[in-house]
Design a binder for this molecule. Structure first.
Ligand code: CP
Length: 315
């Protein structure tokens, strides 16, 4: 069993994972430091791209389930000598990996690892190129559900919740995973972006596309999710003028002040403060940025449990 994306996740599978994450959060809120669930299992964090939140929260999640953790970063490894993904993965498997959490700059790398037969381990996609970032979308859905329904969250989807996702959709695996997952859970999703940062295939996505941020915000959405401008994936010639971008597409103080008090402000991080989001919006009580990070541990504990727990039998 693997977790490669949200596109093929069924509603009941997604709700089950979110409910298990609620159980994990409840255990942590009781200040139980560790569960014995994955004792004897080894999780490898295989990161070919930089990460702060995802790598550390997978490590924390695995350790809270009593798994052993091996952290691999391509920087400083034999990847710089030309070692392939296959040989790298098989080297780590030889050290006893039961689960592999992979982040890779190439879209599809986790799928290749899961289906190639190179290794015999559960694979979790921790972000591949511009393709998918399923655990980010799951922690976003978990955060929205908790804010809206609190203790009554279990068993619920996100029916009729209105979400506006704003910014660099073109390069965003977070946007893709959220579009599939949030709509599977019943939400309505509107994407708002400069025309140059809208992927060509969005006609096939279950979301509407808009180009007027003020109009989208005037409709009082339940959630505004701001995306990072991913300069590292852009040719310098296509990088938008920062001041112009902030004025037209940023959640600045003026736009934030016009939002209804009930609208939650999300950002997956890392943030470009002053570009896509103002510091005041990012740090306000309506911002879920820190909750998203905290919830990421519970969601990743649930994902590791579902993939690796021998109590569930081998999937
Ligand atoms: N949101 C997210 O994936 O952050 P990192 O790149 O720090 O893991």
């Amino acid at each position: 069993m693997h977790l490669l994306g949200t596109r093929d996740l069924a509603r009941d599978e997604a709700i089950n994972l979110l409910d298990i994450a609620e159980d994990m959060a409840a255990v942590q809120e009781r200040e139980v430091k560790k569960l014995p669930t994955l004792r004897g299992k080894t999780v490898v964090n295989l990161f070919f791209e930089d990460s702060t939140r995802t790598r550390i929260s997978f490590e924390a999640a695995a350790k809270r389930l009593s798994a052993d953790v091996i952290n691999f970063s391509a920087k400083g490894s034999s990847v710089s000598k030309g070692e392939s993904l296959k040989d790298t993965a098989q080297t780590l498997q030889a050290m006893g990996a039961d689960g592999v959490v992979i982040r890779h700059h190439a879209s599809g790398a986790p799928h290749t690892l899961a289906t190639s037969g190179w290794i015999d381990a559960g694979v979790i996609n921790a972000g591949d190129g511009t393709h998918e970032h399923p655990t980010q979308a799951l922690l976003d859905a978990f955060t929205i559900r908790r804010r809206l329904h609190g203790a009554a969250s279990r068993g619920r989807g996100l029916d009729d919740v209105r979400v506006v996702i704003v910014g660099d959709i073109l390069h965003s695996r977070v946007a893709r995973s959220n579009v599939w997952l949030l709509t599977t859970l019943g939400a309505e999703v509107e994407l708002v972006a400069p025309p140059t940062l809208v992927p060509v295939d969005t006609a096939a996505w279950p979301a509407t596309i808009g180009y007027d941020l003020d109009a989208a915000l005037a409709a009082a959405p339940d959630v505004v999710m701001m995306l990072r401008i991913q300069a590292e994936r852009m040719h310098a010639a296509f990088f938008p003028n920062s001041r112009e971008y902030a004025r037209t597409w940023g959640l600045d103080d003026a736009r934030f002040d016009r939002l209804p008090g009930t609208t939650m402000v999300m950002h997956p991080g890392p943030m470009n403060r002053g570009l896509e989001i103002s510091a005041r919006a990012a740090d306000s009580p309506r911002s879920t940025v820190r909750e998203q990070v905290a919830n990421g541990v519970s969601v990743r504990m649930a994902a590791l449990y579902l993939l690796l727990s021998s109590e569930r039998g081998e999937a």
